[in-house]
Design a protein around this ligand. Structure first.
Ligand SMILES: NC(=O)c1ccc[n+]([C@@H]2O[C@H](COP(=O)([O-])OP(=O)(O)OC[C@H]3O[C@@H](n4cnc5c(N)ncnc54)[C@H](OP(=O)(O)O)[C@@H]3O)[C@@H](O)[C@H]2O)c1
Length: 289
């Protein structure tokens, strides 16, 4: 094993928790985690798919794999997942489950389905991110990855609630990243666009659109990119050049703003003393631009 591989294992092992692992990006994340020597806990609703993937990963990569069939919208989801902390030495969490479940205009969307989407993408996500961060801080290392979407960067008709939950997760992770500085714990939000997952394939097929008519990212390529960039938070955007300074999508531009705004907020709620540059930016009213 190379030094790089053992560092990865040391930092993010022994176990990786992959939430939404039965197909697509989540299954690819599990496969790449296993390739890199992490034991995996696979979570999703379809037990058969999880069991088959668990067998495959064990055979191909000689790691331990546990399959946990769970509906993330069920009332016991949070306690079940957080309870894993006491059972396994979890060093990384990949929150992938998060696709749109409404496919409707806001005024037409089913109220119970809205609640379920918000409960999975906002409430559960917030508590998991918080509790696993605490766990990682206690052990001085660990990594959290949230699979996001370019729908987080602006709204769009027929995906209002989905897009809003993705934007929520983006700001949550960027803020958490700022709070985790100097802890040895990583948190990164990964912005992706159209990707070749079964869910998207089904949508395209239902519309009689050929797969090669759309630019689709390949899940394993995304999974490697996620693993390689766990410590490059707060935000990574697939296919954006590291040198880009576009304010919306440049990882560097976003990182600079998050750090800067954190200094300003520290001035109000933390223990940063008022420094002339900060005061000048507050006075000019341009601090958040
Ligand atoms: N595909 C794209 O083009 C695309 C584009 C931008 C962003 N994304 C993001 O990429 C991520 C994955 O998207 P996806 O297209 O693969 O669809 P998805 O609906 O998020 O499904 C991904 C995984 O999550 C699991 N899952 C979904 N709801 C669950 C629930 N209530 N309880 C337990 N597990 C659940 C699914 O397995 P089970 O059905 O077995 O439960 C599957 O393994 C999402 O966060 C999405 O926002 C995708």
């Amino acid at each position: 094993m190379s030094d790089r591989e053992s560092l990865f294992k040391e930092r993010y092992g022994k176990w990786a928790l992959i939430v939404g692992a039965s197909d697509g990006i989540g299954a690819a994340l599990a496969e790449v985690a296993a390739q890199r020597g992490l034991n995996c806990i696979l979570v999703a609703r379809r037990a058969q798919k999880l069991d088959a993937l668990a067998r495959q990963l064990q055979n191909d990569h000689q790691v331990d794999v546990k399959a946990l069939a769970l509906d993330l919208t069920s009332p016991n989801a949070r306690n079940t997942l957080v309870g894993l902390i006491g059972e396994f030495d979890i060093g990384s969490v990949f929150l992938n489950a998060g696709g749109d479940t409404l496919g409707a205009r806001l005024v037409d969307a089913d109220p119970d389905a809205i609640d379920a989407l918000i409960s999975r993408n906002v409430l559960l996500l917030t508590h998991l991110v918080r509790l696993f961060s605490k766990h990682f801080i206690d052990r001085d290392r660990g990594g959290l990855a949230v699979i996001g979407s370019d729908s987080a960067l602006n709204g769009a008709g027929r995906i209002s609630v989905y897009s809003a939950t993705k934007a929520y997760a983006l700001n949550l992770v960027e803020s958490l990243w700022a709070e985790l500085q100097h802890t040895g714990v990583d948190a990164t939000y990964f912005v992706i666009g159209t990707t070749d997952t079964p869910k998207l394939r089904n949508l395209l097929t239902a519309r009689s659109v050929a797969l090669d008519a759309v630019n689709l990212a390949e899940p394993h390529m995304l999974a490697h990119w996620v693993m390689d960039n766990l410590s490059n938070g707060p935000t990574q955007v697939f296919d954006v050049s590291p040198d880009s300074m576009d304010p919306l999508t440049s990882p560097q531009a976003r990182r600079t703003r998050v750090a800067r705004n954190t200094d300003i907020i520290d001035f109000f709620f933390g223990d940063l003393s008022p420094d002339p540059t900060l005061l000048a930016s507050l006075k000019s009213g341009r601090s958040w631009k």
